[in-house]
Design a protein around this ligand. Structure first.
Ligand code: UT7
Length: 332
């Protein structure tokens, strides 16, 4: 068997819609306050779409930026893997909508459902197509319009989520000094009962009853998810470090899913990371589900922390439960 071809991220584009939803706005909508949101979750503001703007629209904007950064055209894309829990509609896939809106004539693609782990899973799916030599240019996208499935009368969920998108171009690495090194993914379906949207699928097709019972919104048992996230995210990261002969202090940039500042801090502490190496932007964007990690990559670039050669660890936990940890060397 031929040696697998290592994949790298060769370009990154991100996009958030311009409209802001601040804690002060939410104070006027539900019984909440800035102090609670900041201290319990760590969010100041999030971006949300105007009516009529869909997940594909955010994905297209992010994709255009990634293409432009790399000097590529839509015709160069061979495969689109799009992670989302808020597809434009159940079918056709949002990947097909994006392919058409971009004019990526030669590409095939599909959606990937892994909630907050969808971007790291999409990266690995894309990387495997590069590893086999089947493709040379894969666009891995994480895009969500969470505001389309949030009940803005439920203070337990509406303060948390925001909208956004990120797109990473994946290409073969030049050498072993860049690109993806290793990953561990796990799912635990027994956790499905703690974070889910029950309505609109084959089990509970949309009806007056499903709408009246608010089954088209996100339902979350926050404490259950919190406990699992803190335990499992650190566990997978430690396993990944250990099997690569690394310690937390070897990581240059840690990019975790942005669900709750307390989850991020607890994970960072368990991993023994060096000070200042954890990327946090939940204060500005909230939890954008599939988009948190590319948005945090962009923040790391803006802060000058993510450079060519940086040793990076990505970590995510999401509905499912899905968990992912990825080790890579940044390539540009
Ligand atoms: O990205 C997908 C994965 N999701 C996650 O990782 C989320 C994990 N969970 C969490 O981040 C946290 O559990 C939440 C942020 C969702 C909630 O924080 P918590 O510290 O676990 O709060 P809680 O649910 O235990 O609620 C504590 C109190 C309750 O009041 P009582 O019963 O103590 O009187 C809630 O009713 O806080 C109350 N509360 C609020 N108060 C003001 C809940 N939401 C709010 C709110 N504003 N928005």
């Amino acid at each position: 068997m031929n040696k697998p071809i290592r994949a790298k991220i060769s370009a990154l584009g991100t996009y958030v819609p311009p409209r802001l939803l601040t804690n002060a706005d939410l104070e006027r909508m539900v019984d909440t306050n800035n102090e609670w949101i900041l201290s319990r979750v760590g969010i100041r503001e999030r971006h949300i779409v105007d009516p009529g703007v869909a997940t594909s629209d955010l994905a297209v904007e992010a994709s255009k930026k990634a293409l432009q950064q790399r000097g590529l055209t839509p015709a160069d894309i061979e495969l689109i893997v799009l992670g989302t829990v808020t597809p434009d509609m159940l079918f056709p896939s949002t990947a097909c909508v994006v392919q058409n809106k971009l004019g990526a004539k030669g590409a095939w693609g599909f959606d990937l459902s892994a909630a907050c782990s969808a971007f790291v899973y999409s990266l690995q799916v894309g990387a495997q197509f590069i590893a086999t030599g089947a493709h040379k240019r894969v666009l891995a996208i994480g895009s969500d319009v969470m505001s389309s499935i949030i009940d803005y009368t439920d203070r337990a969920t509406c303060v948390i989520f925001g909208d956004g998108a990120g797109a990473a171009m994946l290409e073969p690495a030049e050498n072993d000094e860049e690109g993806f090194i290793d990953f561990i993914h796990e799912v635990d379906g027994s956790g499905g009962q703690f974070l889910y949207m029950p309505g609109g699928g084959s089990l509970h097709p949309s009806s007056k009853e499903t709408v009246a019972n608010k089954m088209h919104y996100v339902h979350q048992d926050g404490q259950q998810v919190f406990k699992f996230a803190v335990r499992k995210q650190a566990e997978l990261c430690l396993k990944l470090l250990e099997r690569n002969g690394l310690k937390g202090s070897d990581i240059d940039v840690f990019i975790p899913h942005q669900a709750n500042l307390r989850i991020i801090n607890a994970t960072a502490e368990r991993l023994g990371l060096r000070n200042g190496n954890v990327i946090i932007n939940i204060d500005r964007y909230g939890n954008t589900t599939a988009a948190t990690i590319p948005l945090a990559m962009n923040t790391a670039i803006e802060q000058g922390k993510l450079k060519k050669g940086s040793l990076v660890m990505l970590a995510s936990v999401g509905a499912g439960f899905t968990v992912g940890a990825t080790l890579l060397r940044w390539a540009f």
